[in-house]
Design a protein around this ligand. Sequence first.
Ligand SMILES: [Zn+2]
Length: 429
Amino acid sequence: MLKTFFSVLLISVSIFANAQSLNEKEKQIVKYINDHLEDSKKILIESVNINSGTLNKEGVKKVGEVFAKELVKSGLTVEWISLPDSLKRAGHLVASRKGKKGKKLFLIGHLDTVFEPDMPENPWTILNDSTATGQGANDMKGGDVIIIAALQALQNFHLLDDATIVAYFTGDEERAGTPTSISRKDFIERAKQCDIALGFEGAQGLHSIATARRGSSSWKLNVTASTFHSSGVFKYGYGAIYESARILNEFREQLSTEKYLTFNPGLIVGGADVKYDPTKASAQSIGKDNIVSPACYVSGDLRFITEIQKENARKKMQEIVSHSLKGTKAEIKFSDGIPAMEPTDGNNKLLKILDKATRDMGIGETIAGDPGSRGAGDISYVAKYVDCIDGLGASGNGAHAPGETINLKEFPYLIQRAAILIYRLIQEN
Ligand SMILES: [Zn+2]
């Protein structure tokens, strides 16, 4: 099976070989990557076969050890960043080197996956000549190995000498330890000392990249109302359930067509006696058809592409909430989650550099993907301090679902793409 896997890779590698307009050094980098694909795949298989669900601290650390060993080979110094016990998270792996040449790069990966040990096992399995499955193969151990393989190739030709690289692998990307002011403190501080952040979350094929990602936040709507016999509804007041329905419907009517803005009520509970437990996201209610409801509670999210869009949406929602129906009173509270990675000129400049690289490699153009198709990610915490692009990782399908896959045919090109991009950026001043 192994042999078939690599002969297919080599055939597909040669398809593009003629179209390349890389310089001699870059051609050597590509060749080195192709010659060492088997080593890269071994690291991937080893890491995928270690369960590293975010809450499995031991597993996350073990994946960190596997990667640390490889990063040392690229001439980087590795450190483990511990977090206070109260956060119940493993911590982060950081590999870095300092120099005076070129752009200072902050490369982002994560060690954890959404699959905790009590979920069904999914060891590395080759499904066909172009696809394999395994926990985190796509999100994002594949992307982590792309970082490692690219750095090892560059180090082999001493191309990292005098460059500044920080490769940061968080241990809790899928469920960040809270408060994030602690779990992301070191991450943000180190990114601030760099010029560019490159995120290696899942790629959407070979031809697109994320220059923007939406941020996420939440809201809680609390409605109270006077209560009386249902025969008096409309005349004496509308009750909390009608008022909540009015508010949600007006949210939808007034805001649902705005590009990149979404808000989803995820839980609603109303009646005569309402109990809500935010830590468990669960609620209980007792109500009768002949009682006008005195209480209703709704909890939802709000996703946005810029801070301005978020603030404007909040203002409109607040305004809608304030127009209370007779006999009711409503209050909405917003809280911040992950900021947006806003589309900026700096990010677009990075897209152009990558587009040139993929054209020179002979794999064609690279365009900006749809920000609406991505959730929030670690890169968003640092997007306001540095230029960034994300989606440089492995391609595949079904991230976060059992049986997620990695595209093995595209994997070598994605390593090459990362290496050429890093090589060109550390030469830019
Ligand atoms: Zn991820």
